[in-house]
Design a protein around this ligand. Structure first.
Ligand SMILES: [Zn+2]
Length: 446
């Protein structure tokens, strides 16, 4: 029979050595994984990707040296090599769809390259890291000019491969999927291919960390922002029924879609493992008027966020390689800051390891307590959880502030008025690792 807190933790609590309940406690194995991220390996991946000249979605697919086909085969080869190094721990798959659209005028094959590391406990529960391999220049239809895409999104692909290298050396209860997507610049097609693939497999996708433009710390405004990354998340989920919307308008939840609580989880992860490197949560699904591969995953009902560097340089994105009036345009390797990219990658590694090691959030979270001085939460237990934390925060606070722990499937917070706070529940596993917080009702359900 499991007890909570474990003896060692109870002693530490008594000694005052453990952070307050609201802080994520670092786990030594996860800290070691985050530390294993190599700036040199990230740089080698970007160098190899740039070497394919262009990776435009409509570029050459048969050349062994140039175009998106060669780049995808190289990526699959890297996954193969990593799998050999871990005793065949990765399943490599290349789902594809033939599509047409506004930016694909004749039918083209969109192919993603996936490496799947099946979980040893609950393989149907899945956490995903993604980046897109395709690149572009000024004219989105130009499939032949050199389009190095070092940062957009060579940086994201490098993070995916580096996460695979580090985490494939370890075992996790949940499945981790390393996803290299195509067709982003032509209309987010690779994200849709991935969403359809996840649905067909019947995965319970708990988190998607989409990395797009994560490698540059020198903003166009001249600032250096090398100690923060932006995490974009939606506040409400798609597919709400009229009844769900009415309930959310009445009692709240517009700040607590699972994607938003995944963003909070990333912010906690940075605080616990990244030594001063911060997540800047942006309460918006993506940058203003722009899109990314997290969107099709969100549309499919999966919690998903977008990571993007803190301060972008637009002279280096979607540009023909050229110099004009002394300004060098183009997405070249020298525009990537490898130590910065390594920090963002380490955040991904720590978050994936934490999510895949912890139990899933509880399901069917309910809340009651109107016209009483207390608030009661209840839920359906999560497989593998040994305890739960009930969280609350001021309605205007961005992060969860207070928590109480229980081993039961319900908890009454005495003297905490339901009117005055937002509430949620996380699951805690035997190592003390926690799931993201789940807000009650349809608005917050993972
Ligand atoms: Zn991009």
């Amino acid at each position: 029979m499991k007890t909570w807190p474990p003896a060692a933790l109870a002693f530490a609590l008594a000694a005052g050595a453990v952070p307050a309940a609201a802080e994520m406690r670092p786990d030594p194995e996860i800290a070691a994984a985050a530390k294993a991220v190599s700036p040199a390996d990230l740089g080698a991946t970007i160098h190899a990707l740039v070497g394919f000249g262009t990776r435009h979605t409509l570029s050459d697919t048969t050349s062994p040296t140039r175009g998106i086909g060669a780049a995808r085969r190289w990526t699959a080869g890297r996954f193969d090599a990593l799998s050999k190094a871990c005793g065949g721990c990765l399943v490599i798959d290349r789902p594809r769809q033939t599509v047409t659209g506004a930016r694909i005028t004749t039918p083209a094959v969109i192919e993603d390259v996936l490496a799947i590391q099946p979980g040893v406990g609950d393989p149907n529960r899945v956490v995903i890291i993604s980046g897109h391999i395709d690149s572009r220049v000024t004219d989105v239809m130009n499939a032949t000019s050199d389009a190095p895409g070092a940062n957009d999104d060579g940086s994201g692909v490098a993070a995916v491969l580096e996460a695979a290298r580090v985490l494939s050396q370890r075992k996790f209860p949940a499945t981790i999927v390393y996803a290299v997507l195509s067709g982003e610049e032509q209309g987010l097609y690779g994200g849709k291919v991935l969403a359809d693939y996840a649905k067909a497999k019947g995965w319970r996708v708990e988190a998607v960390l989409n990395n797009d433009i994560i490698g540059n710390a020198h903003g166009q405004d001249g600032k250096v922002e090398d100690q923060a990354v932006r995490v974009f998340s939606e506040g409400t989920r798609p597919g709400e029924t009229d009844k769900d919307i009415a309930a959310r308008r009445r009692t709240g939840g517009e700040l607590d879609a699972p994607s938003r609580n995944l963003a909070r989880y990333l912010a906690d992860t940075a605080d616990a493992y990244l030594g001063g490197f911060k997540v800047r949560m942006i309460y918006r699904a993506d940058r203003f008027g722009r899109g990314g591969d997290q969107a099709p995953m969100q549309e499919a009902g999966y919690p998903a966020v977008r990571l993007t560097e803190a301060d972008e340089n637009y002279d280096r994105q979607h540009q023909d390689l050229r110099t004009e009036h002394g300004i060098a345009y183009g997405d070249v390797e020298s525009g990537v800051d490898l130590p910065y990219l390594a920090r963002v990658t380490a955040l991904n590694v720590a978050a994936l390891a934490g999510l895949a090691s912890a139990p899933p959030p509880p399901t069917d979270v309910k809340i009651a307590g109107a016209v009483t001085p207390d608030t009661t939460l209840s839920w359906t237990p999560a497989p593998g959880a040994v305890a739960y934390k009930v969280w609350w925060r001021e309605t205007t606070a961005p992060r969860w502030e207070h928590a109480e722990t229980t081993t039961a499937a319900t908890l009454t917070l005495k003297g905490v008025n339901i009117d005055d706070y937002f509430f949620g529940v996380s699951s805690v596993g035997p190592r003390g690792l926690e799931s993201p917080v789940e807000f009650p009702g349809a608005a917050g359900a993972f």
